[in-house]
Design a protein around this ligand. Sequence first.
Ligand code: SAM
Ligand code: DTB
Ligand code: SF4
Length: 335
Amino acid sequence: MIKSTNQIFSEIRFDWDKEEIKEILNMPLIDLMWESQVVHRKFNSYEVQLASLYSVKTGGCEEDCSYCSQSIYSASQIKSHPQFEVEDVLSRAKIAKEEGADRFCMGWAWREIRDGKPFNSMLEMVKGVRELGMEACVTAGMITDDQALKLAKAGLTAYNHNLDTSPEYYENIISTRTYQDRLDTIKRVRNAGINVCCGGIIGLGENQGDRASLLEVLSNMNPHPESVPINSLVAIEGTELENNKEIDSIEMIRMIAAARILMPKSKIRLSAGREKLTKEAQILCFQCGANSIFYGDELLTTSNPSFQDDRKLLKDVGVIFNKAFESVEKKVSSL
Ligand code: SAM
Ligand code: DTB
Ligand code: SF4
């Protein structure tokens, strides 16, 4: 039984069980916010990582993820395009760096990585992003051991592969690959020495038990994923989930706070769906331990707050983001 007192969550554990997690998710909000903030302040500074996302290959994906506009099973009107060239991607990464991003995340609408020219270009992109002095992240579906090692050698910082939801609810969302496939992919990434970026989505129609179950799988990974994106569904026209009910911002705050308590040192990324959150709701997410955002006006096929708006928000909140960028900005504004 979880008691609602300060200092109960003081250690890093890998044996959380679903009932305990449900209790955390269902704590009185005011206690949950306090507990998560205590954990956050104990293990981290108030520094927010800025990760810019770029869709290198958009649309035409053969998986049937029911939330996704890039699946061939969706009727979404998106601007599909073949893989962008290495130079185009790197010039985009440079812009993100100039705007203050620390990490450049590149997405491919693939079920899995296949060897050949596109994969060789992916390796070039990773090298190029690292040469710019940024962290590089790739999300491109399933991966083999050999591909993971090649990406590690190219300098890849992290690979993003989400579990999306609980093992129990999963089959309602995707039928073309299994939960186990996802776990295997994550293991290959870990074995290759690449950081794991793994999280999920709320708003798929799951219940609180499913959210606890997703968090149970994530928080029982040892080590914990270095970054945990928490997305709220962007209900895109043409997808199977287009009419899903919008989640209340309090649900997002609860999920972020629980993730922070369960995985004290991970980067908890307040991810898709931020445009639907008020400034105040986002501030509560930061207070509860969110310490990374997707930064830039586009996600993959949908929009995100602008660079300028996010910089203003983070300055108003008073958190640190990209120290090097902030000092350059200060110099320019004092000229
Ligand atoms: N194809 C690769 C894969 O599935 O791993 C990489 C790209 S995929 C778009 C990356 C993740 O974005 C998904 O696993 C899902 O968690 C998230 N995502 C995709 N569409 C979303 C949506 N409409 N709302 C919220 N999150 C979404
Ligand atoms: C993650 O967890 N969220 C990002 C990233 N990893 C690849 C993707 C969000 C996609 C939102 C819907 C879209 O723009 O298509
Ligand atoms: Fe394909 Fe990834 Fe979209 Fe699933 S989430 S349909 S794998 S691009």
